[in-house]
Design a protein around this ligand. Structure first.
Ligand code: F6R
Length: 366
């Protein structure tokens, strides 16, 4: 059932090229330059009339929501707020019929997310679900939705659910951008073509697995990790840190790279590994100067860089290359090495990768 892999998590990491493809199959029609998702088409008015989008989710799904904030605002020019479902529902939020709520959940059973949906509906908002499990409570409770087609995710640490959630949200953002005219037709086409290339690029990143394993072996015994990213890759830094915490029980924090100087820089010494997502385009020069600041404090740098990168390579202790893509799609490739890194560290520390202590696959308590 693990298909020859030692753990479900590893199997699911490796399934991502296929899962992403399944998620856009039939929806992304590059030749015709259209995106077709019935849940969106049938409710286009609601989407186009929305003053803002409120995303509600927990954990990794919340990170996918954060990525979507960049995509929706950048491409479709719709203001987005991303909320922890639990905080949202307990603070008397302002919600109106002009709000479009997007609830993201792999399991479709997360109690806090479900409760946030009920609250939003009671205030008249239109609620759209992005779930993986077909027929789940959240899929049933929402007004409309689009499934991720990741297939069953068994490992408690979410991997392929995350990248397929981003895929669905990207499709929606592109569809809305086209309908609103906030994207040029050439830019739109470019996005479709590049999105179609993502499964192959993820496949290529997976080839760095052995190298990631050697990095894991070097740092497996440290007590703290820092993950930094900017823009689209800030949520990826958060997700990388969460993966490491969950399965290896090593303390890790994700930060927007520019925030480093406002506090976390004090943590940096020669024992601190810092994973920096420093792909080209995404404020590259700024990230390079963040890396220089780390280096001058003797922190150990693991860079996630674009193929052929020179500048970061000269500064970093290790670099993992990912293929070039559009900045808006880069989280789909930069996430992969971070998943692999946490996986290998947890295995080396003899942790129960698929069922980490204290965690459940669906959190049905509030
Ligand atoms: C992370 C993880 C959790 C879930 C969170 C939400 O690896 O597994 O943080 O992402 O509990 O779960 P869903 O997406 O099922 O609502």
């Amino acid at each position: 059932e693990k298909g020859g892999y030692d753990h479900f998590m590893l199997k699911e990491i490796y399934e991502q090229p296929r899962a992403i493809l399944d998620t856009f199959r039939g929806r992304l029609r590059t030749n015709e330059a259209i995106i077709k998702m019935s849940g969106v088409e049938d409710n286009m008015k609601k989407f186009l009339n929305a003053d803002r989008i409120i995303v509600v989710a927990c954990g990794t799904s919340w990170h996918a929501g954060l990525v979507s904030e960049y995509i929706f605002e950048d491409l479709a020019r719709i203001p987005v707020e991303v909320e922890y479902a639990s905080e949202f529902r307990y603070r008397n939020p302002v919600i109106t019929e002009k709000d479009l709520v997007i609830a993201i959940s792999q399991s479709g059973e997360t109690a806090d997310t479900l409760a946030a949906i009920k609250l939003a509906k009671s205030k008249g908002a239109f609620v759209f679900g992005v779930c993986n499990v077909v027929g789940s409570s959240i899929a049933r409770e929402t007004d409309a939705g689009a499934y991720t087609h990741a297939g069953p995710e068994i490992g408690v640490a979410s991997t392929k659910a995350f990248t397929t959630q981003i895929t669905v949200l990207t499709l929606i953002a592109l569809r809305l951008a086209r309908a609103k005219g906030t994207i040029s037709s050439s830019d739109y086409r470019h996005h479709l073509i590049e999105l179609e290339l993502i499964p192959g690029k993820v496949e290529k990143v997976l080839k760095s697995d052995d190298y990631v394993k050697t990095i894991a072996n070097i740092y497996k015994d440290v007590k703290n990790f820092l993950y930094l990213g900017r823009g689209y890759n800030f949520p990826v830094a958060l997700e990388g840190a969460l993966k490491l915490k969950e399965i290896s029980y090593i303390h890790a924090e994700g930060y927007p790279a520019a925030e480093m100087k406002h506090g976390p820089i004090a943590l940096i010494d020669e024992n601190m590994p810092i994973v920096v997502i420093a792909t080209k385009k995404g404020h590259y020069d700024k990230v390079v100067s963040n890396i220089q600041e780390i280096k001058s404090r003797k922190g150990k740098i693991i860079g996630i860089v674009t193929e052929g990168d020179q500048q970061v390579k000269e500064l970093a202790d290790h670099v993992i290359e990912v293929p070039e893509t559009l900045e808006s799609l880069s989280p789909l490739v930069t996430t992969i090495p971070l998943q692999l890194l946490s996986y290998h560290i947890a295995v080396m520390l003899n942790k129960n990768v698929d069922q980490p202590r204290n965690l459940a696959k669906s959190v049905t308590v509030e």
